[in-house]
Ligand binder design. Structure first.
Ligand code: GSH
Length: 269
């Protein structure tokens, strides 16, 4: 790996990928491979990345699957990494941006669903017909649609005008509480087994407590789940490759919360 400031192109898991491609090449057509549960051959994938941000989800997924990918970012330089993204995809520069074959994709959840459904059938998702599947799919989408959206809007509102007491307008507790309640009855967001839903949920739940948007002590099940997912070898490999110097450029954490009053009745958007 080259050092800071230089444009990093990291070719990862290449050998594993070549072996997988070689074995898949024996299948007559991609569709036949998919029906045999092997998945279609993976096109070349480049992940445009910002350290510590949502693009880690795709890197982590690829590490869980042992799939090859290139990682594009400037180590220790978020602005430089964003400039790479803008040069590659100026219309909607965001992380992750993924080059999938010759297609340009954004939205971490959609990218993950595509990779799993097309190239890794049966992995990191519950069976479509199982009781776990509806929950799995709900958390896959809740992570961005309800949780991250509420957290970041509360964060901005709080930064703009710090509230003096818990308020219906700045109340991310409710959206995190929903996750806490679920984890009282389930070990993982996909139910019985670790899945891509856990990968989706880690970023917003990390942001929630690291930026002090909610009090970590109020959510012990979430804390225990975080420790479980962060201990996974694939997560650790992701950290080594995609966040080699730890967290950089972190947003300022919110000041200590206003004294707790009664919980307000949930999200109001
Ligand atoms: N819903 C998108 C959100 C992507 C997103 O907003 N990514 C952030 C980084 S975590 C970003 O690129 N922000 C643009 C910026 O910081 O300028 C996803 O899940 O991929």
């Amino acid at each position: 790996m080259t050092r800071q400031g230089t444009h990093m192109t990291i070719e990862l898991n290449r050998r594993a990928g070549l072996a997988a491609l070689a074995s898949l090449a024996a299948a007559p057509v991609a569709a036949a491979a998919a029906t045999q549960g092997k998945g279609s051959p993976l096109p070349p994938i480049s992940i445009y990345h910002l350290e510590g941000r949502r693009s880690e989800r795709v890197v982590w997924l690829m590490e869980e699957l042992g799939f090859p990918y290139k990682l594009e970012f400037k180590r220790g330089d978020l602005m430089g990494s964003m400039a790479l993204i803008k040069a590659f995809s100026p219309i909607v520069p965001m992380a992750p941006t993924v080059k999938y074959g010759d297609q340009v994709l954004v939205e971490s959840g959609a990218i993950m669903e595509l990779i799993l459904n097309r190239h890794a059938p049966g992995k990191l998702q519950p069976d479509l017909g199982s009781a776990d599947y509806p929950h799995y799919l709900m958390w896959m989408h809740y992570a961005e649609g309800s949780l991250a959206a509420k957290l970041f809007s509360d964060y901005r509102a709080w930064m703009q005008q710090p509230p003096k007491e818990r308020s219906r307008l700045v109340d991310s507790e409710a959206v995190v509480e929903f996750a806490e309640e679920f984890l009282k009855a389930h070990e993982w967001f996909g139910g019985a087994a670790f899945s891509a839903a856990d990968i989706m949920m880690l970023f917003p739940l990390r942001v929630a407590t690291e930026l002090n948007i909610v009090d970590a002590v109020q959510f012990p099940k979430v804390a225990a789940w975080k420790a479980r997912v962060e201990a996974r070898p694939a997560y650790q490999r992701m950290l080594a490759k995609a966040r080699p110097d730890g967290m950089i450029g972190m947003l300022r954490a919110l000041p200590q919360h206003a004294p707790s009053g009664p919980r307000s009745p949930g999200p109001t958007r």
